[in-house]
Design a protein around this ligand. Structure first.
Ligand SMILES: NC(=O)c1ccc[n+]([C@@H]2O[C@H](COP(=O)([O-])OP(=O)(O)OC[C@H]3O[C@@H](n4cnc5c(N)ncnc54)[C@H](OP(=O)(O)O)[C@@H]3O)[C@@H](O)[C@H]2O)c1
Length: 379
């Protein structure tokens, strides 16, 4: 296989190292936008050098972002080149369009590293579907937020202080919004749900509440009652479509999610015959992620050109199909919240069971009026 790499950062550098050790994967060109002395002999700043080179059969996109990654991926597919990518933003936004283009051109499009970094999650999701019917997917799919929540349970520490530490350790970006506001995990949920249920959910419509406003007081209150709070993504089949949402979730100490340490992920599917299976591991990092990228290349080399799924019609997103109680902490009560209040904890109230979509819409509006508001679903 003759490969061109787009991007030479954390993941691209790992792919380069792993390919160097193999005789069956030859890394011919690397698209860069700044000088990379260690690969000067194969670096180019022109994507056309890659596109017009008939000896390159596979493009590995690890640049990130939607543009120009999408234009490059589409051009590569149209030129009859296989594409392997780790780019969750691109795949979450354009999965159905890119799969259609790959099918039209008779080439492969693989993206195993886009969800769960180094965990072989999508590959097993694809595999289980051959024999079984999936009913639910999701879990802890973002290492940064799990690191923060785990540390806040281990010792009293403010959200701001532990976020700063996560940034110093390289677990959180300088701008941590995509992680702590739930955009990153929502993207991974959209990709997983689309593959699990052969559909095309619109990622941005999935109701989401992040962990930006959690306090050490909230965590102490949860722990006194035997709960652990985690940012959890959920998508399940329902009568009219797919119910999908992302929210801080209180799980009992005995649940597997409660034990997930540091920046690890725990991603789970439930299928009719085999029941529940979970995948635990590093959801990010140079070599774990690069390993999944290179595994995709080896699958393509081995003739695997089938797709994880072929999306049919866009599924209706029914976030109100599931209801459960919530912990809500807000500076000011309002009549709706008062009408559903069933109990009081220090600092917050516990509601009766509320449809998830309804609560997440309310919480989003509430943040505009009370930026300190925090909610958590109770499982
Ligand atoms: N890091 C992880 O653990 C991880 C895990 C799972 C998935 N991913 C996904 O993998 C992808 C890459 O992530 P990363 O962590 O490797 O990012 P990164 O370290 O920021 O690397 C991106 C690389 O792409 C280059 N690049 C960006 N735009 C370019 C352009 N227009 N032309 C040429 N080169 C360009 C950058 O160049 P400069 O060096 O000049 O900035 C950089 O070398 C992303 O889609 C990410 O979501 C990453």
């Amino acid at each position: 296989m003759n490969i061109a790499l787009l991007g030479f950062g954390v993941v691209g550098g790992g792919v380069y190292e792993l390919c160097r050790k193999r005789t069956d994967l030859s890394l011919r060109r690397v698209l860069v936008r700044s000088d990379k002395p260690e690969i000067a002999s194969i670096a180019t700043r022109s994507f056309d050098d890659i596109l017009s080179d008939p000896s390159i059969d596979t493009v590995v996109e690890v640049m990130g972002g939607i543009h120009p990654a999408k234009e490059y991926v589409c051009a590569a597919l149209n030129a009859g080149k296989h594409v392997v990518t780790a780019n969750k933003a691109l795949i979450a936004a354009c999965y159905d369009e890119l799969i259609a283009l790959a099918r039209k051109n008779g080439v492969a499009l693989r993206c195993t590293a886009a969800v769960g970094g180094g965990i072989p999650w999508l590959i097993n999701l694809e595999r289980v579907k051959r024999l079984d019917s999936l009913s639910q997917v999701g879990g802890i799919m973002n290492g940064t937020t799990n690191f923060i929540m785990d540390a806040m349970h281990a010792a009293p520490v403010s959200f701001a202080d532990i976020l700063k530490k996560a940034q110093e350790l390289g677990y959180a970006e300088a701008d941590p919004s995509a992680d702590i506001d739930g955009d990153d995990i929502r993207r991974k949920l959209a990709i997983s749900a689309n593959i699990a249920f052969d559909t095309a959910l619109s990622e941005t419509e999935i109701p989401t509440f992040g962990i930006r406003t959690v306090t050490d007081g909230d965590i102490a209150s949860f722990q006194r009652r035997g709960f652990v709070c985690k940012l959890i993504a959920t998508a399940l089949r329902c009568e009219d479509g797919v119910c999908a949402f992302v929210e801080p979730t209180l799980v009992s100490r005995q649940e597997p999610e409660a034990a997930v340490p540091a920046n690890y992920n725990l991603i789970t599917y439930t299928a009719d015959a085999i029941g529940r299976q979970s995948f635990f591991g590093q959801g990010a990092g140079r070599f774990p992620t690069a390993a999944n990228v290179v595994q995709d290349c080896l699958d393509v080399l081995g003739g695997k050109t089938a797709f994880y799924s072929v999306p049919s019609a866009a599924a209706k997103l029914c976030a109100d199909a599931v209801a459960h109680p919530y912990y809500v902490r807000t500076a000011v009560m309002d009549p709706w919240l008062t009408s559903i209040t069933a109990d009081h904890w220090e600092g917050g109230v516990i509601t009766s069971a509320v449809p998830v979509g309804q609560m997440l819409r309310w919480a989003k509006e509430r943040l505009a009026a009370d930026p300190t508001c925090f909610i958590a679903g109770i499982r």
